[in-house]
Design a protein around this ligand. Structure first.
Ligand SMILES: Cc1cc2nc3c(=O)[nH]c(=O)nc-3n(C[C@H](O)[C@H](O)[C@H](O)COP(=O)(O)OP(=O)(O)OC[C@H]3O[C@@H](n4cnc5c(N)ncnc54)[C@H](O)[C@@H]3O)c2cc1C
Length: 412
């Protein structure tokens, strides 16, 4: 007898796992198919920040100009590799179209509601036995500046955040150091986003995997190669060795989702946005509060047993090589706080970036049982739980917790 499931989730990163979590809670029989058990996924080596503070999408006024200015700087935090590939050209065209103040104002309440809801879901999930050690911490986030230029950016964000009801504090140098006495980076002040949180991503993924297995979710370590499609439905999800029958399929394969969606006739504008991190083991992190150094665009996250430093955003296709020149600002900060940084390898991962900074969550047009959940860019960890919950509500035809239209996959 061939295998059959209520839902097959393709991709076991934070989005796929969270989707399986809520589907399983709703009583569905779920299979996750992942070709590498999330080891190649962005969902492991990321900065682990849960960021209601990130209300401004990447596609904001001035980003293209900054990208062009930084093009010639080998250490710049943003890099766009010129490419004539049609999918990239289309993405870039859509991206620049959304770099407007109108789009920023449109996105702010959407991202705020989504991430605040997701942060609450993290708390709820982490109350489940088995999630005690995943390092969920509600210590807020410090956005730190040392130049007038970064201070202006931080204070503008603070105004927007305050205007949309987020709890923030503008701090001078002394107040910043009083709140986080272990800071050794150069600084003149900061903005403190009180509602941000953090997690140890690998520990969360491992706890989630163990919880799902114990709850009856099945994992298949294989690559999805194709789908069998009837008149308006996906009938099976196919690997090299199996055809798995299913009532629903969810494509949650991160940056690789467009290739799968195209097999179902859908075009998803997602580009890989490569980032790096350096994780230095420490007995107890000296820092307590996660920080972003706005001048250098470097993140610093204290996690159980380590401090993780991260950064860079390179739109350079699916090239996972590490350019150590671009990683050097991250490495320099790591050396300020930790010994033994030389021995640590730089990790690279792909953020699945949408051109308007909002995720794609919704059905594939013309198919009644196929959905997409991707495009979370810099906020995939933050938005993992809420995305999973929304997908499970869409499949159950329940009312969704937040309006789903802004995330429709054919919105562009
Ligand atoms: C340096 C860096 C720092 C970051 N920091 C943060 C942060 O602090 N906070 C935050 O919210 N976000 C952060 N992000 C973004 C976040 O990591 C991603 O948005 C998120 O992990 C994406 O999750 P995902 O499940 O969509 O995709 P992924 O984690 O990439 O998972 C996709 C999975 O699909 C599988 N797959 C692909 N194709 C197939 C196929 N054909 N068959 C079977 N399996 C397949 C892959 O093996 C993979 O396991 C960061 C990212 C980077 C790179």
């Amino acid at each position: 007898m061939s295998e059959s499931y209520d839902v097959v989730v393709v991709g076991g990163g934070v989005v796929g796992m969270s989707t399986a979590y809520y589907l399983n809670q709703a009583g569905a029989r779920v299979l996750i198919v992942d070709r590498a058990r999330y080891t190649e996924a962005a969902s492991t080596g990321n900065a682990g920040m849960i960021v209601p503070s990130h209300i401004v999408p990447l596609s904001a006024p001035g980003v293209i100009a900054k990208g062009l200015k930084w093009l010639m700087n080998p250490e710049s935090p943003l890099y766009i590799k010129p490419s004539a590939k049609p999918a990239f050209m289309k993405w870039l065209w859509l991206f620049q179209k959304h770099c407007t103040i109108e789009h920023v104002n449109y996105s702010i309440p959407i991202l705020r509601d989504l991430s605040l809801l997701s942060r609450d879901l993290f708390s709820e999930i982490c109350r489940t036995p088995g999630f005690e050690q995943v390092g969920l911490a509600h210590d807020g986030l410090l956005m730190i500046h040392r130049t007038a230029y970064a201070e202006k950016d931080n204070l503008e964000l603070a105004d927007l955040a305050e205007g949309t009801g987020l709890e923030i504090q503008r701090l001078d140098r002394e107040a910043t150091l009083q709140l986080e006495p272990h800071l050794r980076s150069e600084l003149t002040g900061s903005v403190y986003f009180k509602q941000d949180s953090s997690i140890h991503p690998e520990l969360f993924m491992k706890a989630m995997e163990a919880h799902l297995v114990a709850s009856g979710v099945v994992f298949e370590d294989a690559e999805v190669k194709s789908f069998t499609v009837g008149s308006s439905q996906v009938q099976s999800v196919n690997t090299a060795t199996k055809k798995v029958k299913t009532n629903h399929v969810v494509l949650a394969a991160g940056t690789w989702t467009p290739a799968l969606a195209s097999k179902l006739g859908a075009s998803i504008a997602v580009q890989p946005a490569k980032g790096y991190s350096i994780t230095v083991p420490v007995e107890k992190p000296s820092l307590r509060i996660p920080c972003i150094l706005t001048d250098d665009k470097v993140t610093m996250t204290p996690m159980p047993g380590c401090i993780r430093f991260g950064g860079t955003l390179a739109l350079s296709g699916l090239d996972d090589s590490v350019d150590e020149r671009r990683a050097s600002p991250i490495r320099r900060q790591a050396e300020v706080y930790c010994d033994g940084v030389d021995a640590v390898k730089t990790w690279a991962g792909f953020r699945p970036a949408s051109p308007d900074g909002l995720p794609f969550i919704g059905s594939i047009p013309k198919l009644s049982n196929a959905l997409v959940a991707t495009g979370h860019g810099m906020m995939g960890v933050t938005l993992g739980p809420v995305t999973g919950k929304l997908v499970s509500q869409l499949i159950a035809s329940d009312a969704t917790e937040v309006p789903i239209d802004p995330f429709k996959i054919d919105r562009h």
